[in-house]
Design a protein around this ligand. Structure first.
Ligand SMILES: [Cu+2]
Length: 157
């Protein structure tokens, strides 16, 4: 039994780090697509990603869909007088030449109605819909419950 546990630990670094892959849709670059493990399927999951617009025309993220959740939505975390709320974001601007992050404390995807609990190390496909660039489906890597983002070494890439 002890040997089995040791093997599992040693095998971890070899796992593919999907969240560090980069995807391209027209002038847009999509990377660091990740989510957090959930205890069950009753509470919503989260979706974070980084989008870079390398073009000269503005675009906007207008929706997300995934088989992992019945009702995925775009939210924005807004703090007013010290109280945080999460209004629904109809669209998230991705201005020309800029880098936009869906990250803890700001814009994020909220995966309402999870079909199953999200487990650390799992991944699920999610489709991002942009106003101008159209659709792209990327794999979303599920990180640990306390993760603040993927640990991607960009040196030499
Ligand atoms: Cu939210």
């Amino acid at each position: 039994m002890k040997a089995l546990i040791l093997f599992a630990v040693l095998a971890l670094p070899a796992a593919p780090v999907l969240a560090c892959e980069t995807f391209t849709l027209g002038d847009l670059t999509i990377e660091h697509a990740w989510s957090r493990a959930t205890i069950g399927a009753d509470r919503p999951g989260v979706f974070y990603v980084e989008i870079t617009n390398n073009g000269s025309a503005d675009d906007a993220l207008v929706g997300i869909t995934t088989s992992a959740a019945g009702m995925p939505m775009l939210h924005e975390t807004v703090v007013t007088d010290g109280i945080a709320s999460m209004p629904h974001a109809m669209s998230i601007p991705v201005p020309a030449g800029q880098d936009v992050q869906l990250a803890p404390g700001g814009y994020h995807g909220m995966l309402m109605g999870l079909t199953t609990a999200l487990k650390d190390g799992d991944s699920f496909p999610l489709t991002l819909t942009f106003q101008n660039a159209g659709d792209i489906t990327v794999p979303v890597e599920v990180l640990s419950m306390r993760a603040e983002g993927p640990d991607c070494a960009h040196a030499g890439q």
